[in-house]
Design a protein around this ligand. Structure first.
Ligand SMILES: [Zn+2]
Length: 65
């Protein structure tokens, strides 16, 4: 499942949010100050690429390095 990294534009807090299909990506409140002025930084996958190959990632967008 995708993990998105966010940064709060108000207090500078950086945090990660795991999205489930039912979650709304549009308004993710800062866990520190509850501000919704957060910016999506990047996406990653849970656990990173610690193993060989793409593991749980079956998407064509996954490019092995
Ligand atoms: Zn904040």
């Amino acid at each position: 499942m995708p993990i998105y990294e966010f940064k709060c534009m108000k207090c500078g807090q950086e945090f990660e949010k795991i999205f489930f299909s039912s979650d709304n990506e549009e308004a993710i409140p800062c866990p520190e100050c509850k501000s919704k002025k957060t910016r999506k930084m990047m996406s990653a996958f849970a656990g990173g690429k610690s193993g060989s190959g793409c593991g749980p990632c079956a998407a064509t967008s996954c490019s092995p390095s």
